[in-house]
Design a protein around this ligand. Structure first.
Ligand code: 13P
Ligand code: SF4
Length: 316
């Protein structure tokens, strides 16, 4: 059946078809916290990049439908090469991951032979294959600390790299990439929200610029933010409310889960366009028709796996 036919179906029918196909094909659905709320709600596992990698590595399903962007689905393929990994939307790419190519990284390594390459998971498989150890926003500080006084080349996010350098004092050179969604969060956004919600706790994602991070109460990955809000749900502190400095998909999730807590986006314009391309219709089409299958050359899988596994084995 063509995608158009799925797009004409009701959400209820789509959910029913997805549920049935999951059983028929022994499939699971992994979704990132920035997905549309209706997609988040059909996930077997919803989480941040680190949590999703861990799930991909340990799943016993035959098929993994990855609702996120391409580098996440590639990581799933690298960690579970024997499984069929499906990406419902072929155009779901991460612009930041494209900011460092394997060629550019190979050249930088040639000019800096002694440096250890730490790559944010928001990178292509080809870049991971040239990397010593990966990290996510949840464990970047700990991973870099574990490298002691080694000289580090950190790709591709200059904001996360700068934050990690400040937190660890490491001898770290950040690449010049950035996430367009977080990089455009501003001090003015913080001032506006602080004025509107003076008691609120302000959480920021480390992909934001340094001057915005500086003003936050806590710096968290997306699941770190979920854990924080969950932890105050039964507490007096929840009266203060929370300002969320990340993509709005996470804000939507928290507002839905915690209707009695004030939860405000730092900016309602913090929308990752490619994260929003995955719809219920595309998930139903993907799981029923087996599209799009994520494939990677075997040597890339082999070489990229060591940097991802090193991160997972570090337990951080
Ligand atoms: P985390 O969910 O790992 O915090 O990552 C944010 C992100 O930008 C993923 O693309
Ligand atoms: Fe990439 Fe930023 Fe979108 Fe995450 S939010 S997928 S880093 S562009």
């Amino acid at each position: 059946m063509k995608l158009e036919a799925y797009q004409a179906m009701s959400d209820e029918e789509l959910r029913h078809r997805i549920k049935k196909a999951k059983t028929d094909k022994n499939a699971i659905i992994l979704a990132h916290n920035y997905q549309r709320l209706e997609v988040q709600k059909i996930a077997d596992f919803l989480g941040d990049s680190l949590g999703l990698s861990r799930q991909a590595a340990k799943t016993e399903a035959d098929v993994v439908v990855f609702c996120g962007v391409d580098f996440m689905a590639e990581s799933a393929k690298i960690l579970a090469p024997g499984k069929t990994i499906l990406l419902p939307e072929i155009q779901a790419t991460c612009p930041m991951a494209q900011m460092v190519t394997p060629e550019a990284l190979a050249e930088a390594k040639a000019h800096n032979p002694g440096k250890t390459v730490v790559a944010y998971v928001n990178t292509t498989a080809g870049v991971k294959a040239l990397t010593d150890i990966c990290c996510t926003s949840a464990n970047a500080v700990e991973i870099v600390k574990s490298l002691g006084d080694r000289e580090i080349l950190f790709v591709p996010d200059r904001n996360l790299g700068g934050y990690v350098k400040k937190e660890t004092g490491a001898n770290l050179t950040p690449w010049d990439g950035y996430c367009y969604v977080h990089n455009f969060l501003t001090v003015q956004d913080v001032e506006r929200n602080r004025a509107a919600h003076p008691d609120a706790v302000f959480l920021i994602h480390p992909e934001a610029p340094a001057d915005v991070i500086e003003l936050a109460d806590f710096v968290f990955s997306t699941s770190g933010m979920v854990n924080y809000v969950s932890s105050i749900a039964g507490e007096k502190d929840k009266q203060r409310g929370v300002i969320i400095g990340t993509e709005v998909g996470l804000v939507n999730q928290l507002q839905d889960r915690f209707p009695d807590i004030g939860i405000w986006p730092l900016s309602e314009f913090a929308v990752c366009g490619t994260m929003k391309l995955t719809t219920l219709a595309k998930v139903a089409w993907s799981i029923e028709t087996g599209n799009y299958v994520v494939t990677l050359p075997e040597d890339v899988i082999e070489n990229a796996r060591q940097s991802l596994e090193k991160m997972l084995e570090s337990g951080r």
